[in-house]
Design a protein around this ligand. Sequence first.
Ligand code: DAH
Length: 347
Amino acid sequence: MQDQLSALLAKAAAELPGIVTRPDFEAAKARYVGPNGELTALMKQMGAVPKEQRPAVGKLINETKTQLQAHLDTALARLASAELAAQLGPAVDPTLPSPDPGPGTMHPLTLVREEMCRILRKVGFAVADGPEVETEYYCFDALNTPADHPARDDKDTFYFPAAARFGNVSKKVSDEKYLLRTHTSSVQIRTMLKGPPPIRIVSPGRVYRRDTTDATHSANFHQLECLYVDRNVTVRDLKALLDYVFASLLGKDTKTRFRPHYFGYTEPSFEVDLTATHLPKVKKPWIEIGGCGMVDPSVFEAVGYDPEIWSGYAFGMGLERLAMLLYGIDDIRYFYQNDLRFLKQFA
Ligand code: DAH
């Protein structure tokens, strides 16, 4: 019995340190100390041991059991730390310098936005901001857009469910429907309600329309809005400013032309086209770039300005369209995909 017990221990001491997987460990454990294991089999032979030897053999069995368990515990601890090391991966030295990815680049829309604001600041315009979640009042009503105008249709505009309420809503607009602004013209109203003329603001920002995305449409895009209110402002001032802006952004050979159009908030209203055939990839002689006009007296009345005293112009345009022209980009979707191969081209 004594020999068998020490042979069993020697076998375990030789085998267990070589085990590297959990299933192998569990199998070995069952073979040594499980109900059908070798130690259990030896213990069952106690009945055949002469009575006077039993205390000594019993002690030996207990010692063997303790030592076997110690071998098993050591093997299990070794397996657990190997598993942890595998999960952690190779050792890292946190003191090493990290790989240098180089400086980032500005997004092309940011570049165009900043350049337009710089050009307009130079002639006295201040940057103004407004919320993207708007009410019908700022986006349509105060801009003299009739209740049945197609732009207000929920096929074109993203409306919030009636229950949605945002922040502190004043009494005047608390019954309003909320929407994602369809144009930055809403900032005109917000600015004029803040104080008296003269006003000279530029407001770039995100706008939303229910458009299906393709090479020239996106349900979320960017616009830039300008508003100038003062005494004796004329269409000539408007035309001169747009000529200056586009020549500054796209080059001195750029020319603009006005085509009569209708916008509820300006009278007269125009669509603005520009020629920029000196730019790479520009084929068409005239490209439509935005809308503009002289602020409609009913808009002045909505914000409490006297239309007999004040006059003004406003215009709005898409920033994506400008950036596409300037950089020769032929698909609007590139702006939103965050593909580094695209983004890195704009320093
Ligand atoms: N809000 C118009 C649009 O989204 C653009 C526009 C037209 C803005 C005429 C103006 C304007 O300020 O006077 O298409």
